[in-house]
Ligand binder design. Sequence first.
Ligand code: G4P
Length: 542
Amino acid sequence: MSSSPDTVAREVRRRRTFAIISHPDAGKSTMTEALALHARMISEAGAVHGKAGRKATVSDWMEMEKARGISVSSTALQFNYTPTGLANDDPGDVEPHVINLVDTPGHADFSEDTYRVLTAVDAAVMLIDAAKGLEPQTLKLFQVCRHRGIPVITVVNKWDRPGQAPLELIDEISERIGLTPTPLYVPVGIAGDFRGLYDRRSGSYVKFSRTAGGAKIAPEELLDAGAAAGIEGDAWTAAVEESELLSEMGQDHDQELFLAGETSPMIFTSAMLNFGVRQLLEALVELAPPPAGREDVDGNVRDVTDPFSAVVFKVQAGMDSSHRDRLAYMRIVSGEFERGMVVTHAQTGRPFATKYAQAVFGRDRSTVDTAYPGDVVGLVNATALAPGDTLFDGPRVEFPPIGSFAPEHFATLRARTAGKYKQFRKAMDQLESEGVVQVLRNDTRGDASPVLAAVGPMQFEVVTARMLAEFTVETDLEPLGYSLARRTDDVSSAELDRQRGVEVFTRTDGALLALFSDKWRLQFIEKEHPDLTLEPLVAAAD
Ligand code: G4P
């Protein structure tokens, strides 16, 4: 029996689904753990950011999951959070918020997957290292958020270490990405001497105390301005002055501008010391939007309280050669999901049984029997599902494809032995349908060696490894000297084909893409031939 729309609406209201976007080493894992600590999923931090002897292992999380019956996977971490007056206050019996933290794969496996994850969230936390400011991967991911209109909360982490001045960081963000930070708090004490936070909205001071090794929730003390000035002296005065300056520049929080993606509430933290973590959780609960309905291919909105629907945003194939298991992750858009329900796969019209829906959440398969909009559920044996696909119950719905993203790496691929061509072709179709890479073709190169296009070079390694493991096809990959793609049209293609350092291809979805060796080549051609159609490919359903 499905719950009433009222139940679904209540569940939606208390949910927040977000991702952390950051450059490797900014502190994403440490922050994830600090959030879990504040949500009281774990009683002690240290699995990740502890020093020698307490190093992170996946099994720490698995053990945690078993002990607490919560859902942990490398893809989505779900936890309850009840706002408290101070971090050390007891949350009591108030109905908690449900927070879904969807993991963006970091480090080396930067790929289209990273981008697709951002189609499954309603807000992003942009985590920045105070000493380093904006870094390349953060910028790339931020562009996706901007394009998708995802509101961003900015977190300046590692404030316990020497870094830039707050106003410098704020200027850098405004100038480089055109996002206006509106700090909710100003740190008291310069980077490296993190004492507490000046709450710009209430005018009070939250003073932090360290705990041994940053393992526990940092006790907080709430002081009024007079008491704060007495204790912190110049550091307090500086914080208040900075805040006034920000107000004069119009950098106070404005909910509408935040939701429109124009401004970004900013918080200063030390994930390692657990300073500022409650403030981040509270900002998520207070300011980040709850899950909302989604427009379908016909422009009608499937509202959150309508019957069940979900979008597949990530597909993971087992690298195990013996069985081709596929795991699909769906984000629920509307209605209630109950384990075992049979839903319809919009793309094929076929029924899809969700009996094994929970296996992805780890050992305890009975932990999630129901899920609501904003939640992420993993489906095993999802051989027919591809990123962007829709699943539904009740009235039919199909959401627009999540699209492909601007590739920056290109390579040709061919089967080493001609006799394997048929398998090669089949494997290529399969991997393309899973969204592992984009496939481009043109008459000059022929079908035997299509061009693969990817956001990150890791995607090529996945293709060659899976070609061999699952289809027993040995392949040769040859990187191409292109780094940029633009969408063009039939008329422009002929002219572009005559240019040096450019080649035009047809992508499987029919889009015409012109590849350029570098941005100077592109700029030169644009200048010489201003009439040519050359549209940037942004992260979008293009
Ligand atoms: P990532 O997931 O974004 O890649 O970052 P991760 O959390 O692994 O953190 C990268 C390094 O930064 C770690 O140090 C971590 O301890 C440190 N770090 C994270 N947050 C803070 C913070 O708020 N303050 C300070 N001072 N350091 C922070 P490491 O030396 O690589 O590891 P470890 O020896 O500390 O475990």
